[in-house]
Design a binder for this molecule. Structure first.
Ligand code: 5GP
Length: 178
């Protein structure tokens, strides 16, 4: 069982579920006047969070997904490669980027620039987890589920070598597994 590989659980299923209800209410409030709202999930890590969160949003929204990877071997911070692009137009739209975790900040920073360049009216970020101590670029998530310490976490979408995404909570692996 994959749960036997964990050293500890950091965020439980109940905590995630309760926090998604709160975030949903906050998004309902903040976007009450917005039309044509699009939630953009970043594959693959955001999938469980996206599913849980959008059920708690009562506004009229659409969803779409993107997949990105960082360029290997480049000197500059912030080059990302689009593996799967959006299927809908974002021209003039309000976007909510849905992420599993913001770590160095490079991914969301680059994505925000890219989406504004493609004509988005506004881009905000909601992330399940935030590791502010690891930031390399000056970017903030607008909505944060939970702040975590500088530890590598898995579960609820987050992987280690593509494994553990299906754990229903967030935890830390036993040292011998890394
Ligand atoms: P950033 O561009 O902010 O450094 O990184 C974001 C991506 O790095 C996340 O979407 C996630 O895929 C990966 N990542 C960063 N920290 C962790 C972590 O603690 N655990 C896992 N599983 N992935 C992480």
């Amino acid at each position: 069982m994959i749960k036997d590989d964990l050293k500890k659980i950091l965020v439980t299923e109940e905590q995630i579920s309760a926090r998604c209800i709160e975030l949903g209410k906050q998004l309902d409030h903040d976007y009450a006047g917005s039309h044509d709202l699009l939630f953009v999930g970043i594959l693959k890590g955001s999938v469980p969070f996206m599913a849980e969160l959008i059920k708690r949003v009562s506004l009229d929204i659409q969803i779409d997904f993107m997949a990105v990877s960082s360029y290997q071997g480049t000197e500059t911070l912030g080059d990302i490669k689009i593996i799967k692009d959006l299927e809908v137009s974002i021209q003039g739209r309000d976007l909510v980027l849905v992420e599993d975790i913001v770590d160095t900040g490079i991914t969301i920073n680059s994505l925000k620039t890219l989406l504004y360049n493609k004509g988005a009216h506004d881009v905000k970020v909601v992330t399940l987890l935030d590791k502010p101590s690891r930031r390399q670029v000056d970017v903030k998530a607008d909505y944060v589920g939970f702040e975590v310490e500088n530890e590598f976490v898995v579960g609820f979408g987050l992987d280690y070598n593509q494994k553990y995404r299906n754990l229903p909570y967030i935890g830390v692996l036993k040292e011998e597994l890394y």
